[in-house]
Write a protein that binds this ligand. Sequence first.
Ligand code: MLT
Length: 303
Amino acid sequence: MFTIQTLNNISRNGLDRLPTARYATANEVAEPDAVLVRSADMHKSPIAASVKAVARAGAGTNNIPVAELSARGVPVFNAPGANANAVKELVVAGMLLAARNIADALAFVRGLEPGEDLHHKVEAEKKRFVGSELAGKTLGVVGLGAIGVKVANAAHALGMRVVGFDPHMTVDGAWQLSSEVAKAGSLAELYAGADYLSFHVPLNDKTRGVFGAQALEIVRPGVVLLNFAREGVVDAAALRKGLADGRIGRYVSDFPDVDLLANPRVIALPHLGASTGEAEENCAVMVVDQLRDFLEHGNVHNS
Ligand code: MLT
């Protein structure tokens, strides 16, 4: 019987893949064999010496001290691609939220009072919410891994012109990019030609601030930024400057920023990209299968 410490709620269908495990919360177990985590920040507390593996039920591993664990010989498992569909769908929603002023329109409707002449008020106000169509606009996708490729293909299906950039992309990679999605020669080229920019890179030293002061100089005025990757991918100072002077028309983010909550150009969601029942189950199944193979047979896959 293995003892696995769970730092977040993990889908039951995933946990059941390892019947030889006893799952316990952080307070219930002092010497777990492994840790199963979703978004809890593991940088903040020591990891018991008994831990032989850490598994993240998601794609990113920036909440885990991977280098420290590697030095201890502890593998870190994750679930690349397992929630890609969920994130893709929310990115499409994010583009539509921005293009059609949906958040403002919903707030207007929520603010209507019973007894008001709704027809009159709606007809008087709806001009404020006139939007634009996605079809015919250009989406630049930064990062063509599992999520970026799905976003690119979905946007293409909506009639957008799609340009992607990923220095690590191999044509025969695991993710199938529609043949009509163009690949930019450089990030600068991608930034200069896009009406919408969506980021799909992990957060690391190479991608921190991948959209920064220089990018702000070359983007189209009014560009819409979509950040469903990680907060640090878009530089905070460049973001504030671009929002203030209108160079950034909208910032749609899955990471609320306390300073920008009331900014009318910002649409923020509470990190919901991977929050579907299907994605949570896919991630849990993928990482618990890896844990089982490691704990029972010593095999290390995908760490
Ligand atoms: C991811 O890295 O895949 C997401 O952050 C997953 C999640 O929301 O838990």
